[in-house]
Design a protein around this ligand. Sequence first.
Ligand code: TMP
Length: 217
Amino acid sequence: MQANPLPYKFIVLDGVEGCGKSTQVELLAQCLQQMGEEVVVTHEPGGTAVGEAIRSVLLDADREMSALTEAFLFCASRAQHMQEVIEPALAAGKIVVCDRFSSATAAYQGYAGGLGLELFKQLDDMATGARQPDMTIILDLEPAKGRNRKQPATQPDRIERKDDDFHRRVREGFLEYARQLGPRAAIVNADSSPQQIHQAVLEVLGIESQAGRVQHK
Ligand code: TMP
């Protein structure tokens, strides 16, 4: 029997620090490639030369800035990313798997940073041209558990080193934003092994993986 084509072309994985999204992005991309899809893996902030320059300003531990300034910079990186990478890839029929996107601005600046979800939405719509991912998967984890998973040798960046209360609000922000997105978002419990989380991600996308064969149900 012919498998159905994947209805999701633009997929985002997001969540609190240390939730394992980069591992899941890789596992998902491999799986989609096995299905014969052309996949573009990308990330925010960054994904373009301008975006990477903005990223280094944003994460520099020696620079303080307001949530509004942060939101402008994350959205500036996103505008370039949309134009240079995401839109062309989707137009060419490729699948885009993106590590963080609008959901992170909603959670970190809109919710935890106190900017508000309305102002977030105005800036984000300008950056994306109101083109939203087909599916945003939030890997949900207690921030304290995520922090313990991070490499102890790496210096925390400007956002990672914000206090526990901020990171708890980030988690609430992701859950609240996912509720607002309705059927375009899913919450996956990230308090399990990478393989179990991967299976849950495939389940959300309606992908069957059995005995080395992967296909959309
Ligand atoms: P990363 O660690 O996943 O590369 O993300 C970099 C940091 O940027 C991380 O602390 C989350 C934060 N971030 C925001 O605060 N707002 C955003 O819109 C994005 C994309 C990331």
